[in-house]
Design a protein around this ligand. Structure first.
Ligand SMILES: O=P(O)(O)OC[C@H]1O[C@H](OP(=O)(O)OP(=O)(O)O)[C@H](O)[C@@H]1O
Ligand code: HPA
Ligand SMILES: [Mg+2]
Length: 174
């Protein structure tokens, strides 16, 4: 680990803010949260509890990084949604937008399934790494273009369990 970028408390406060914004915007509607596995699993679990609205949860697993620190650009569906989202208000929960390739692909894919609405809530975004612009309604933190781990984010499947977000020493992946 290099240094802690976002503490447990900073993450908790930000999730409360995001959940309040979503609750205000979606009042009176039922939201279908779609978590993108595996990275978004901790975010999904904390966000769903903070959100004071009736929600349902679905998960989709896609992978473009494998054990590398840069996106291959090739997105594979490892697990699809279990049900139809036609007519649903879908809010996609992502842990991070790095190149934007995963989300851009996912939004096209989900958009083709006729949801009533489709928005994104991402905890982290790296503005300097973006290769494709993706329309994102809710953003937690803009972070520097460094590889980060923790709070769901992995390097070669490790560190997802950390309760905070930290940068990884470059020599670990160089
Ligand atoms: O904007 P991008 O450059 O596409 O990167 C973001 C995506 O990469 C990570 O997933 P990963 O493929 O590592 O799968 P994982 O969540 O199972 O770790 C992350 O969880 C996002 O889904
Ligand atoms: O910085 C990152 N860390 C972990 N996983 C990731 N997937 C995209 N960017 C990252
Ligand atoms: Mg990963």
């Amino acid at each position: 680990m290099d240094h802690v970028l976002l503490s447990e408390e900073q993450i908790r406060e930000k999730i409360a803010e995001l959940a309040a914004a979503v609750a205000a915007d979606y009042a009176g509607r039922e939201v279908l949260l779609v978590g993108v596995l595996k990275g978004a699993v901790l975010f999904m679990s904390d966000f769903a509890r903070a959100l004071q609205l009736p929600t349902q949860m679905e998960f989709m697993a896609v992978s473009s990084y494998g054990s590398s620190t840069s996106s291959s650009g090739v997105v594979r569906i490892l697990k699809d949604l279990d049900r139809d989202i036609t007519g649903k208000h879908v809010l996609v929960l992502e842990d991070i937008i790095d190149s934007g390739l995963t989300l851009s692909w996912l939004l096209k894919n989900l958009g083709g399934r006729a949801p009533a609405s489709l928005e994104v809530c991402a905890l982290l975004r790296k503005p300097d790494a973006v290769k494709v612009e993706v329309p994102v309604r809710y953003i937690g933190f803009d972070i520097p273009n460094e590889f980060v781990v923790g709070y769901g984010l992995d390097y070669a499947e490790r560190y997802r369990d950390l309760p905070y977000i930290a940068t990884l020493k470059p020599e670990v992946y160089a």
